[in-house]
Design a protein around this ligand. Structure first.
Ligand code: HEM
Length: 457
């Protein structure tokens, strides 16, 4: 039994949960400012919960997370109660089928080419030691933002969006995520009327409102195009429709109202770009400190692509090639805690009980380092995921709340990483000891400072 410390800085949160688990064991009851929470860090229990989740026992999100999701996105998939969530997920899932993702491959590759061109100014030709250092995440974010928005709103709207608008949205989203993560550990700011009367609360609200107004602008734009009978500049292949088109179809059928369209669209953009960009940044950091693995991937790309390797003039990464890559399945789990709420009493194997209605935090950061399932748990060993799936590995969460966009996320990561490696050799000036991540619902690297040299073919 422990207590949640007020003032835990978000940077320290994961360290604090580790401390609690070391002191009190794999299942810890914690008083969270008057409410009981349970921290779960046992792999076997997480596997058991995975099964229970399928049966709906921990199907709901924790209360704090729902408030957080509503403040960021408005009402959308993440914040819906179980019964409505299941209904909405049914219209989300088919959007991410193979055919749709194949249709957006050219857009993804275009962003891959754009980002390597933007980095050209940092690239040395001979000695990497004389190259300029740059921080990778802002470049990764801009690439994944463009991909996600193109998929969400259609290409036409993206072509009208200025750099300033895109950067302002990214900045606002970051402000809201950081401020609301901090708010969770300041119980005196719990009530909305108190929080939104503080200067930070007002800034957070303004940022969230600006995010929603971008969604409204996109909706208006798309509606006008539909009224004119235009296909809206989609990278049309077959019957591909952007996500917003599907939402507007559902509004016309009376399934969704206007506020729900704004909410779902916001969830799509917010859930899509930041996650993929963080994975790309973390993967590139690890590849920069593991040149052997970097070379393995490059060798495979060279073998598969032949003369198309590193070519800027076409889109060489076809669906078949992406599916069959051996060395690019580099998923770095970035969500350290899965927040859930028990929807029925859960009896644990040792006889203990998690009662209904309790917030349960599944500490994946610890579970993913359990030596029982992960040999050399702290080593970068992507090959550990190439065989039989590890039952306690849950980078895309578990059960009904599992990530809808996982295929799109993984394909985005593979394509951007492939482009970054085809053009450059990567090193980092980060040290293993100095490399820090910050908890903002995701485990976000503070910086990934890199140096690059042009790859000679
Ligand atoms: C490699 C990239 C990605 C990773 C690692 C990732 C990871 C996750 C995780 C761990 C969750 C569950 C969070 C929880 O249970 O609390 C989640 C949920 C979600 N993700 Fe992703 N994600 C990625 C890409 C995407 C993309 C590209 C999209 C959409 C464009 C997306 C949309 C969503 C949505 C809508 C949910 C909520 C699902 C629900 O509540 O049922 N994600 N993601």
């Amino acid at each position: 039994m422990g207590f949640v410390k007020p003032f835990v800085e978000t940077l320290e949160l994961v360290g604090w949960t580790r401390e609690m688990v070391t002191k009190f064991g794999p299942v810890v009851r914690v008083w969270n400012f008057g409410r009981p929470n349970v921290l779960v860090s046992s792999s076997d229990l997480a596997i058991a919960l995975k099964k229970l989740q399928k049966e709906g026992a921990v199907d709901d999100k924790s209360a704090d997370v729902k408030d957080f999701a509503v403040a960021i996105n408005g009402i959308g998939l993440v914040s819906l109660p179980p019964e409505v969530h299941t209904r909405h997920k049914k219209f989300w899932n088919p959007f991410f089928n193979w055919r749709n993702i194949e249709s957006i491959l050219p857009d993804m590759q275009e962003e891959g080419i754009k980002v390597v061109n933007q980095l050209e100014k940092y690239a040395g030709r001979d000695s990497i030691s004389q190259c300029k250092v740059f921080n990778l995440p802002p470049y990764a974010i801009r690439a994944t933002f463009n991909i996600t928005c193109c998929t969400a709103f259609g290409k036409d709207f993206m072509d009208t969006m200025s750099d300033d608008t895109a950067n302002a949205y990214i900045h606002d989203f970051h402000t809201v995520a950081v401020n609301l993560s901090r708010r969770a550990f300041r119980p005196w700011l719990n009530k909305d009327f108190i929080y939104y009367s503080t200067p930070e609360g007002r800034r957070t609200k303004r940022s969230a409102e600006r995010g929603a107004s971008l969604m409204k602008e996109a909706i208006e734009f798309r509606r006008n195009l539909r009224n004119c009978g235009s296909n809206g500049g989609n990278c049309i292949q077959g019957d591909y429709k952007c996500f917003l088109d599907r939402l507007l179809d559902m509004k016309e059928q009376g399934v969704l109202n206007e506020a729900q369209i704004v909410g779902e669209l916001n969830v799509f953009v917010a859930g899509g770009y930041d996650t993929s960009a963080v994975v790309i940044s973390l993967v590139m950091y690890h590849l920069a400190i593991h040149p052997d693995h970097q070379e393995k991937i490059v060798q495979e790309l060279q073998e598969v692509l032949g003369p198309d390797f590193g070519s800027n003039n076409n889109y060489p990464l076809t669906w078949d090639i992406i599916k069959n890559f051996k060395h690019l399945d580099l998923l770095y789990p970035l969500v350290p805690v899965l927040p859930r709420r028990s929807t029925q009493d859960i009896k644990l194997e040792d006889g203990k009980m998690i009662p209904k209605g309790v917030d349960v935090f599944i500490l994946t950061d610890i579970i993913h380092r359990d030596p029982k399932y992960f040999e050399e748990p702290n080593a970068f060993k992507p090959e550990r995921h190439s065989g039989t799936p590890i039952p306690s590995f849950m980078p895309f969460s578990l059960g009904n709340r599992t990530c809808v966009g996982q295929t799109m996320g993984m394909v985005t990561v593979k394509i951007i990483v492939a482009h970054l490696l085809m053009r450059y050799v990567w090193e980092t000036t980060e040290t293993k000891e100095g490399f820090k991540t910050l908890f903002q619902t995701l485990q976000v690297p503070v910086s990934v400072n890199c140096k690059i040299r042009k790859r000679t073919m």
